[in-house]
Design a protein around this ligand. Structure first.
Ligand code: NOJ
Length: 565
């Protein structure tokens, strides 16, 4: 018998988000119902049965609100309207009703850090005088230099270039500058203005009253800026960004006056109290905060319910590193009474089936891979991706799946420049190709149309690469060993054994230096990182990533198995 200590006590709870498998839908790319080449809500509704069949608990939608689409919907001009590109508010009502009938919860994306420059608040601010209440919704400032010709501080936009844009006054003279941590079409809101918080209380209530089960909160770590907007000390003399995850918490707070400022917790608690006016709703923070003890402060009992575990996502597929991040996550989240989340892919990162196809270091998250870059080994990428997903989905806590990963989709890594839409591409003159490669429409039925059934007309806002055809859902349906059937099986067993809330310990008695093993509620999950095959312990085989899901004796390299001991 093992002596490894139990890291996670079994804790069945009525709080669904503690264990939920949440499926991220990127509305542009999931399914097109009206044939215009852009995914939409009626497309989603028509495909909901396939998600119920997959076995997920909830869907998180990236934004589908009214937007000029300068950052694929993360630039919102009306928080209460569905963008006509995706349908109508009635389409959303129909979607949520059907999802709830199928037992699927719905989480929507809320973007409180910035609006679109086309939002009525910003348009009013532009025409209002300096120092007016309208301008106080945003960060307007005088420039530096003799004639105000220099930006007010040294902050960079995350998408490249300066974080400030100068306005022009009605008489044509240059005016104040406004802050935008992202694109110049995404002005940052000023959360020290109480009106901004009141507006968001009402926006949250609007969607809660419509029946949404929760929110994913965008750039949750950026909402509050240090008073006076001082220069940041985030980059060294060569322009390279410091790794703040390696710094002490107060040093990181000091160096970067726009990330993770302590004042943000008041607003998190305020969001929480609004959400708590309704039963059973939850929030997940997109807080790019490291290290984990810093992130855990965001999910204390009266703050967010969950926070994405981006450190897990960034961890290489390698046993020692994975063991450490899993242990740290369970321990650190556990200290504040939260459950951990796990995630491997989303709409901002190169998909894990592509990342794992490289032995060399790839561009940093969000910068993407283009045709001029070394291309991945697709077969090894997929093999490792499947093994990594099977490792992740057995862990206690809540897991996020990004649409298409259940098909084993890779990124489009050779997308031509003329198709690019990500502002990162334009703000860096193509030096960083950006995130379009992971946002390509999904293949549903091979050859049904030019976009493999994504759209009845074959149109598709980004072209699928030729290799997407073989990943089409219909070619995987019912096929033993397909990635789709693998995910279905994993989700089924995870539920059957209550692993989301299970008693978890490392099973060191089954490990060597090239494997990792844990036991969760009596299920042994063993991953072989290679290169040699390993003998599998006795027990009932529940599921394996290997070949056609059969296993005779040995587990090959880069494969995972679940066994009931
Ligand atoms: C994070 C979102 O995930 C990303 O897609 C977006 O560009 C930025 N926040 C800005 O809203």
């Amino acid at each position: 018998m093992s002596t490894s200590k139990i890291l996670h006590e079994a804790n069945p709870s009525a709080e669904w988000w503690r264990t939920a498998v949440i499926y991220q839908i990127y509305p542009r790319s999931f399914a097109d119902g009206n044939g215009d080449g852009m995914g939409d809500l009626i497309g989603v509704t028509s495909r909901l049965d396939s998600l119920a069949e997959l076995g997920i608990d909830a869907i998180w939608f990236s934004p589908f609100f009214k937007s000029p689409q300068k950052d694929a919907g993360y630039d919102i001009s009306d928080y209460r309207q569905i963008d006509p590109l995706f349908g109508t508010n009635q389409d959303f009502d129909a979607l949520i009703a059907k999802a709830h009938t199928l037992g699927i919860k719905i989480i929507v994306d809320i973007v409180p850090n910035h609006t679109s420059d086309q939002h009525a608040w910003f348009q009013a601010a532009l025409t209002a005088p300096e120092g007016s209440p309208e301008r106080a919704y945003y960060h307007f400032k005088e420039g530096k230099g003799k004639n105000g010709e220099l930006p007010p501080n040294n902050w960079f936009s995350i998408f490249g270039g300066p974080a400030w844009t100068r306005t022009t006054n009605a008489d044509g003279t240059p005016g104040q500058w406004y802050l935008h941590l992202f694109d110049s079409t995404q002005p940052d809101l000023n959360w020290s203005n109480p009106h901004v918080a009141q507006e968001f209380d009402d926006i949250l209530r609007f969607w809660l009253a419509k029946g949404v089960d929760g929110f994913r909160v965008d750039v949750a770590h950026g909402m509050v800026k240090r008073e006076g907007l001082p220069d940041s000390d985030s980059h060294d003399a060569t322009g390279k960004e410091y790794n703040i995850s390696k710094m002490a918490i107060d040093e990181a707070e000091k160096r970067v006056p726009y990330w993770g400022q302590p004042g943000v917790h008041d607003f998190i608690r305020r969001f929480r109290s609004v959400v708590d006016e309704f039963d059973d709703r939850a929030m997940c923070a997109e807080a790019s905060m490291s290290p984990l003890p810093r992130l855990a402060m965001w999910v204390r009992p009266d703050e967010y319910h969950q926070s994405f575990n981006f450190d897990y996502m960034a961890t290489p597929f390698e046993p020692a590193a994975l063991k450490k991040i899993v242990t740290d996550s369970i321990v650190e989240y556990g200290k504040v009474g939260a459950s951990s989340t796990w995630v491997l892919s989303n709409h901002d990162q190169v998909r894990h089936a592509t990342r794992y196809g490289y032995e060399i270091e790839i561009p940093k998250a969000g910068d993407g891979i283009g045709p001029d870059y070394a291309q991945p080994d697709e077969a090894i990428g997929l093999r490792k991706a499947r093994a990594a997903s099977a490792f992740m989905l057995g862990l206690p806590g809540s897991s996020y799946i990004y649409n298409g990963e259940e098909l084993g989709l890779p990124d489009h890594t050779t997308l031509a420049p003329e198709f690019r839409e990500d502002p990162t591409f334009f703000r860096t003159n193509g030096e960083r190709v950006g995130r379009d490669g992971c946002r390509v429409p999904l293949p549903w039925e091979a050859d049904a149309t030019a976009s493999n059934g994504f759209s009845a007309t074959g149109k598709s806002w980004l072209p699928q690469p030729a290799n997407y055809r073989v990943f089409s859902r219909n070619l995987q349906e019912g096929v033993a060993g397909s990635t789709l059937e693998l995910y279905k099986r994993l989700l089924k067993e995870r539920k059957a054994f209550g692993m989301g809330a299970g008693e978890f310990r490392w099973a060191e008695e089954f490990e060597d230096k090239n494997t990792l093993a844990y036991v969760n509620n009596g299920v042994l999950v063993l991953t072989n990182f290679g290169p040699e095959p390993v003998v599998v312990p006795a027990g009932e085989l529940l599921v394996t990533t290997q070949h056609d899901l059969r296993l005779e004796g040995e587990l090959e390299h880069d494969q995972t198995v679940w066994i009931k001991l």
